[in-house]
Design a protein around this ligand. Structure first.
Ligand code: 0O2
Length: 232
C-alpha cells in the first residue's frame, strides 16, 4: 500500500505532501507506535467513564452518560494543525504540542451531569488535569458550547509507562446536535459560512441553552416528586 494511502493524504493536496516528505514518513514505525499509545489512552479513559456511569446507575438509578464517542485525529488533520501553528512536522513535535490526537466525546443527558463527570474523572489518582476550556460558561462567539478537558493518563507498556494526553469533550445531547450541524456547515462552506446562517446558528445555540436548563429543572422536580412518593 502507498504511504499516502496509509496516511489518508489527499492526493490533490500536493503542498501538504511536499512538506511531509521527511521525518514523519520515514518514521512510519514510530508513528504507528505513537498511534497505538493514543489508542490505549482512549481505552483507559473510556473504561473509567463507563465504570462511573454504571456506578451511577446502580446507586442513583440514573445514567449521566448518554453515549461516548472517540476518535484518533487523522494524520492529515495533525499535519494541518502543526502547519497552522507553524510547528515542526515530526513525531516529537506531535507528542509535545498536539494534545487532541486522542479524543473522547462524552454526550450527557443534563448540564449538571457534565460537571459531575468532569469532576469525578479528574479527581482520580492517576489522572492529571492539564487544561480546562469551559465553553458552556463562556460560549464561543459562534454559539459553540461544550466542556473541554485535556487530561493525562498513564499507559502501562511492557518496558515503560507513558503519560498520554487525551482531549475529553463533554456536552449535552442538544449541544452535540448543534455542534454536528455547525461542523458540517463549516466544512461544506469551506469556513465561509453565510452571515444569515451564522446568525441563525447563534439563535439556535441560545434556544438550546434555554432548553437544556429547563429540561434539567424539570428533571430535578421529577426526582423530588419521586422521593416524596417513596417517603424519602
Ligand atoms: P477535529 O476534527 O475534532 O480534530 P489548541 O490548539 O488545542 O489550543 P483547539 O484545537 O482549537 O486549540 O482547541 P479547542 O478550542 O479546545 O477545540 C478543539 C476541538 O473542539 C475541535 O477540534 C473541535 O472538535 C471542537 N470545537 C472547537 N470549537 C468548535 C466550534 O466552534 N464548532 C464545532 N462544531 N466544534 C468545535 P478540531 O481540531 O477543530 O477538529
Amino acid at each position: 500500500m502507498e504511504l499516502r494511502e496509509i496516511f489518508k493524504i489527499n492526493l490533490a493536496d500536493e503542498d501538504l505532501w511536499d512538506d511531509i516528505n521527511g521525518e514523519v514518513l520515514l518514521n512510519l514505525k514510530g508513528f504507528l507506535a505513537q498511534q497505538q499509545l493514543y489508542s490505549a489512552a482512549i481505552k483507559e479513559i473510556r473504561t473509567k467513564l463507563e465504570i462511573l456511569d454504571e456506578e451511577f446507575q446502580v446507586h442513583y438509578d440514573h445514567n449521566p452518560i448518554h453515549n461516548i464517542e472517540f476518535r484518533l485525529k487523522s494524520p492529515d488533520s495533525i499535519i494541518k494543525k502543526l502547519k497552522r501553528k507553524n510547528l515542526e512536522i515530526s513525531l516529537d513535535s506531535i507528542w509535545n504540542n498536539i494534545y487532541d490526537i486522542a479524543g473522547v466525546r462524552v454526550i450527557c443527558n443534563y448540564i449538571q451531569d457534565i460537571y459531575y463527570i468532569a469532576d469525578l474523572l479528574t479527581k482520580q489518582d492517576d489522572i492529571k488535569l492539564l487544561r480546562v476550556r469551559d465553553y458552556i460558561k463562556n460560549p464561543k462567539e459562534n454559539g459553540y458550547r461544550s466542556l473541554h478537558l485535556i487530561v493525562q493518563v498513564p499507559v502501562f507498556l511492557a518496558k515503560e509507562t507513558k503519560l498520554v494526553p487525551v482531549e475529553v469533550q463533554i456536552r449535552t445531547i442538544a449541544m452535540d446536535f448543534w455542534a454536528s450541524l455547525e461542523h458540517k456547515l463549516r466544512y461544506k462552506a469551506k469556513e465561509n459560512v453565510p452571515e444569515n446562517l451564522k446568525k441563525r446558528l447563534i439563535d439556535c445555540a441560545e434556544q438550546i441553552a434555554k432548553l437544556d436548563s429547563e429540561m434539567q429543572a424539570i428533571y430535578i422536580e421529577s426526582k423530588k416528586l419521586n422521593n416524596v412518593k417513596k417517603g424519602k
